[in-house]
Design a protein around this ligand. Structure first.
Ligand code: TXA
Ligand code: MG
Length: 334
């Protein structure tokens, strides 16, 4: 199969593919998604196949109208209503009780709940609206690899395995949506930190519990996606704070290990000349900038001589929680 790169002016080609039960990769504000008609078993099976994704890990269903939530859920809890009013379209996925026989059971992986999100890009919203289908879409990377934030990342991973990528530029947020279980009133639980900080959600619905797996590895995962290897580049990743760079770089230099430095502009400016390769995460001390550039950075070092990636840590508040979650997974420590 040839993988075609198309632009928004060729939207009709992407729409036809979705309507024919094929998969199409498309840009969202978080990362690129690999979409298919969420009502069709056959179409959804193609997503799992192209990604090499384990079939017990459910997919998010993307909709283009807030009202469409009613089509796929049994009950919209008060928390869900408040959050969708405030944050949709946007990087927030709500887990709600699924309405039976409305979606392929492959999407929910047999669970009684479904993850719903209204994405914020024109290309995603147009694709959903024009094809007239709810679109199931995980990130459009090979399972286990860093998520794609450009059409080139998608092509690198999935060339020959999918018919088309709708290229609309770089994804702005850079990490996936925040996933929150609001299926039971009064029990909001954060399952995956992401594009909307927990603090912002709490301002709207009050205190939110954090699922244990975000912080540690033990106990059964509340979100099936938590138990798999994720975001791993080819090189080992070491996470350190800004203050530790000088010492750590010396340690690896002494061992003759070629270092890739993934850090903010201040750190890069300081240690640039002492390492093999650098990738600039952006303005100093900004977890939002670092989140936007993280996956690109992890992929970047694969084309360099670096044997190890030394990556900058951020405090786990605001966007720092999502950034650190992805980085710790890439490092294999979560
Ligand atoms: O930003 C995003 O969310 C991107 C773009 C394409 O929208 N999509 C994405 O999908 O990240 P994916 O499949 O890579 O991640 C979906 C996450 C997984 O961790 C999965 O386990 C969880 O959401 N999830 C989906 N449905 C669930 C459910 N019913 N209950 C609990 N967790 C669920
Ligand atoms: Mg993913």
């Amino acid at each position: 199969m040839q993988t075609k790169k198309i632009t928004l002016s060729q939207l009709d080609e992407a729409v036809k593919l979705i309507q024919a039960g094929e998969v199409v990769a498309f840009q969202t504000e978080t990362v690129y998604g690999l979409g298919a008609d969420a009502r069709s078993d056959e179409a959804v099976a193609k997503i799992y196949e192209a990604k090499g994704r384990p079939s017990d890990n459910p997919l998010i269903v993307h909709i283009a109208n807030v009202k469409d939530v009613e089509k796929y859920t049994e009950e919209i809890t008060p928390e869900a209503r408040l959050l969708m009013e405030k944050f949709w379209p946007g990087p927030l996925t709500l887990i709600l009780p699924v309405k039976e026989n409305t979606l392929s059971t492959l999407v929910t992986a047999g669970l009684k709940t479904v993850g719903l999100r209204m994405p914020a890009t024109d290309s995603a919203l147009s694709l959903i609206r024009e094809s007239g289908a709810p679109i199931a879409a995980p990130s459009a990377n090979t399972s286990g690899r860093p998520s794609p934030t450009t059409a080139e990342h998608v092509i690198h991973d999935l060339r020959g395995k999918i018919p088309a990528v709708l290229d609309s530029g770089t994804s702005d947020v850079g990490v996936e949506s925040t996933v929150i279980d609001v299926s039971v009133e009064g029990k909001a639980t954060l399952l995956r930190p992401g594009g909307i900080p927990r603090e912002d959600l709490e301002e709207v619905i009050g205190p939110i519990e954090i699922a244990q797996q975000i912080l540690t590895q033990d106990s059964a995962p509340a979100s099936p996606g938590m138990k798999y290897k994720h975001y791993a580049p080819d090189e080992p990743v070491i996470i350190i704070s800004k203050e530790e760079f000088a010492r750590k770089i010396e340690v690896y230099q002494a061992k003759n290990i070629k270092i890739g430095l993934l850090a903010d502009e201040e750190v890069i400016a300081e240690f640039n000349l002492q390492v093999e390769a650098t990738f600039n995460l952006g303005e100093a001390d900004s977890p939002s900038a670092a989140s936007r550039n993280l996956f690109s950075g992890l992929r970047y070092f694969e084309n360099t001589e670096a044997e190890i990636i030394i990556a900058q840590s951020f405090p786990k508040t605001g966007m720092g929680l999502a950034y650190m979650n992805r980085l710790e997974k890439a490092a294999g420590s979560l």
